[in-house]
Each structure stands twice: as structure tokens, then as C-alpha cells.
Design a binder for this molecule. Structure first.
Ligand code: HAM
Length: 420
């Protein structure tokens, strides 16, 4: 028996209500803030990620799904959504539009991770990207959007953490200071951090290993090494967030797992403790589009993990609207009645009434059991006698009341009745 690949899962019909709920909240939010949907392919040229997300990050070094197609081209299943959006921005000349260009996506992301609760090899992200403006007000807008998104979902009790990791002018000095701080402790660091020390020193700060955390506690803080421009930018972001009455904490060890960030970074954490508490995160990436061959295009965005959101909704027992069910079930007895039932079902659907039809040669009792299990509001029964008299039996499933009506009057009889 085949199973879904490790770290992936099927989203079954009874779970789809959550997905629709989250996707509708995302779409409504984006409409309120003027973000338009973009859909990129699920795979891209491998170079897009190795160049942009950068080697030295776990996502690129260890977690990418790489495919070589029949022409020999190397492709990767997208591990995240920002680089594809930037590629599309350049490819389609979106820089010719008034800036910033505000886009959003709901898309799968693939990372070869060690599967555990909240960490999958295929997950789905809702992300927004605002491209082409350096204004700190745009950072505040995106952070506010993230905040409003979680509030609108009915997920209280999350925290918003922000930090600034500077730009290419000021960060090298900070990295130097960080390395100086860590070098006497090399022997105490975990094997991953020993690699990070040379490949990606910023990531030393968010290692979960207790002995590494101890070293991180006394590490120098990036905000003390910011150049004037980055400092002013970060101060403005905080002023704007305060003016918007948005609660946040400055977290000196927040650095994020992707390498393209500059200046503002932020993360939304759920109340539950642990490695999978990040519901969403993002930040500025002012150099990314330039690295892809475009003009300097300062940009900012965030993405939230839909599976983690849904598991939080479930854990907190947040009620989501049920998906609409069929309004009517049509049962029949005999071949002749079957044909009439099929024609009636087709007619009702053309009149926008949701109908589920019986199939096969189940007994009427069996068909009624099916109708009960489906929870439809009405069942229509067609038998030989009904075919001859051009009538149907209409049964109200709640009250059990049954009446014979002319087939031509079904629509009128159902008018104003409510779907389950
Ligand atoms: P990220 O923090 O890597 O950022 O992913 C965003 C969110 O996706 C995480 O906060 C988490 O909720 C969810 N997530 C990540 N990996 C997994 C996984 N293996 N299983 C389940 N959920 C996961 C980005 O991807 C950036 N592109 C965000 C961004 C947009 N930055 C700027 N613009």
C-alpha cells in the first residue's frame, strides 16, 4: 500500500473548512490592504534559491528538493515564496508599475526537514511582498497586516517580535563582534554552530542547544552596530508600530533562517513553547532583487504557515464555518425512475440548487440511510408511480414530514428553504 510521502499529508474533506477559512481571511486582508494575488510555478530554476536564499542556510544546504529534468536542467521545488515573487517581478517588468508593488500568494513550500509536529516536508504559506519602497511605513504596514491576520483568525495570545540586523554596510562590523564573542567558546558549541561560525554567524544566535544559548545570552546586540540610516529606519518602524497601537517586543536574538534579510526582521510566535512556535515571519530584503540582476529595489514581506495556523485553531477550539452541504438528496426506485431522478437533479442544479444524487441499485432504505448521513435538508423520492403521475415525494429530513407534489413544482417548494 502506498502512503503519502513522509512529512506530507492529505487534506481530507472534513479538514477543508479550516483551509477555506484561513484562505478567505487571507484574501480579505489583502483586499483591505491593496495586495493582489500572484501564483508562481511550484518549481523554479535551482539557481534562484542557491543564489538568493544563499548557501550557508539550512534551507539551501540541506533541505532543498532538487530535480534534474529530461533536458538536464536543475530545478528545485520552491522552499519558500519570496524569491519566486522577485523573479516574477523582474521577468514581467513589474518595476514599471507605480511602486511599491503589493502582492500576495498562497502556495506550497517544500523543505526536506526532519518531520515532527508543526514541521513538514510540504507545507503551505500565505505570504505578502511589498516591492520597491524603502519607507519604514511599509515595514509597519506589513507587520500590521501580519498582526491583523492572526487577530482576524481568532487566534489570540501571539507575540510580535522584531529586530534589525542592519545592512551590507553595517552588518560586517556586527558579524566581526559576534565572532569575537563566540571564539573563546568554540569548544562548547554544538557541531551545527561550529559550521555556522564560519558559514552563517548570525544564525549562531537562534540555536536551540542549551550550551549555545548560554553563549548567545551575552552576545553583542545587532542594534548597537547599526549605521545611522539603519538606526533611523528601525526607530521609525517602532514609532509607527507604537502609533498604530500594535504591541511588539524587540528581540535581540531574532535573526531568521533565510539569508536575504536586511534591516527589519520580525516573527509571530504562538503561545505554545518550542521550536515550532513560529506562526509566521518576515522582514526587509533590500538587496534581493539587485542580486537577481535588477535595479536596487528595497522590499519587505512576510509569510505564515497555514498548517501551524490550523493546528492552533484546533488547539484553541476556534469554530470555523462549516462548508455548505448538498441541500437535496434524490433517491429513486427502478430504472425508469432513475432516469427521471437524473433529469430532475440536472434541472435543479441549473437552478442553483445543490443536489446529491443516488447511484447504483441500493434499496430505498439504503438510500435514505445515505441521505441521513449526508445531512441534507430534503430528500426527493421518485418511484414508478411518481414517474407515471409526474410527481415526486418531498421529505423534510428534520421533521420527517412527507408530501407528494408535482415534479414541475419542486423549485417552488424549495424556494426560501435553507441549506444545512
Ligand atoms: P519562513 O520563516 O521560513 O519564512 O517561513 C514562514 C512560515 O512558514 C514559518 O513562520 C512557519 O509558520 C511556516 N513554516 C516554515 N517551515 C515549515 C515547515 N517545515 N512545516 C510547516 N510550516 C513551516 C519564509 O519562508 C519567508 N519567505 C517569509 C518572507 C516573506 N519574508 C519576506 N517575505
Amino acid at each position: 500500500m502506498y502512503k503519502a510521502p513522509r512529512g506530507t499529508s492529505d487534506i481530507l474533506p472534513h479538514e477543508q473548512g479550516y483551509w477555506r477559512y484561513v484562505e478567505e481571511k487571507a484574501a480579505l486582508l489583502c483586499q483591505l490592504y491593496g495586495y493582489q494575488r500572484i501564483t508562481a510555478p511550484v518549481f523554479e530554476d535551482l539557481g534562484l534559491f542557491t543564489r538568493i536564499v544563499a548557501e550557508g542556510t539550512d534551507i539551501v544546504d540541506k533541505e532543498m528538493y532538487v530535480i534534474r529534468d529530461r533536458s538536464g536542467q536543475k530545478l528545485a521545488l520552491s522552499p519558500e515564496g519570496t524569491a519566486p515573487v522577485c523573479r516574477a517581478y523582474l521577468e514581467h517588468g513589474l518595476y514599471n508599475l507605480p511602486q511599491p508593488v503589493r502582492l500576495y500568494y498562497i502556495a506550497p513550500a517544500f523543505r526536506y526537514e526532519r518531520p515532527q509536529a508543526g514541521r513538514y516536508r510540504q507545507h503551505h504559506q500565505f505570504g505578502v511582498e511589498a516591492l520597491g519602497d524603502a519607507d519604514p511605513a511599509l515595514d509597519a504596514e506589513v507587520i500590521e497586516m501580519a498582526n491583523q491576520f492572526f487577530l482576524s483568525l481568532g487566534l489570540p495570545g501571539f507575540s510580535m517580535q522584531i529586530n534589525s540586523i542592519g545592512c551590507r554596510a553595517c552588518r560586517p562590523k556586527y558579524i566581526e563582534a559576534l565572532k569575537q564573542h563566540y571564539s573563546p567558546y568554540m569548544a562548547h558549541l554544538c557541531p551545527d554552530c561550529k559550521v555556522r561560525f564560519t558559514k552563517n554567524p548570525l544564525r549562531l544566535l537562534d540555536c536551540k542547544n542549551p550550551s549555545c544559548q548560554k553563549v548567545a545570552e551575552t552576545a553583542p546586540k545587532s542594534i548597537h552596530y547599526l549605521c545611522n540610516e539603519c538606526r533611523t529606519h528601525f526607530e521609525s518602524v517602532q514609532e509607527y508600530l507604537t502609533a498604530l497601537e500594535l504591541p511588539f517586543q524587540v528581540s535581540h536574538r531574532l535573526v531568521r533562517g533565510l539569508d536575504y534579510y536586511t534591516r527589519t526582521v520580525f516573527e509571530i510566535q504562538s503561545q505554545e513553547e518550542g521550536a515550532q512556535s513560529a506562526l509566521g515571519g518576515g522582514g526587509r530584503y533590500d538587496d534581493l532583487i539587485e542580486q537577481l540582476g535588477g535595479k536596487p529595489t528595497p522590499s519587505v514581506g512576510f509569510a505564515a504557515g497555514i498548517e501551524r495556523i490550523i493546528s492552533s485553531l484546533r488547539a484553541r477550539k476556534v469554530d470555523v464555518p462549516a462548508l455548505p452541504k448538498s441541500h437535496v438528496f434524490i433517491a429513486y426506485v427502478g430504472e425508469e425512475a432513475k432516469l427521471e431522478a437524473m433529469k430532475l437533479a440536472s434541472r435543479l442544479r441549473r437552478g442553483q440548487i445543490a443536489v446529491m444524487e443516488a447511484t447504483g441499485s441500493k434499496s430505498l432504505k439504503g438510500q435514505m440511510r445515505q441521505a441521513n448521513a449526508l445531512g441534507t435538508s430534503y430528500t426527493i423520492i421518485v418511484g414508478k408511480a411518481e414517474v407515471q403521475s409526474k410527481t415526486v415525494i418531498l421529505r423534510d429530513m428534520k421533521s420527517g414530514e412527507q408530501k407528494s407534489i408535482p415534479s414541475a413544482e419542486v423549485e417552488t417548494a424549495l424556494k426560501g428553504t435553507e441549506s444545512p
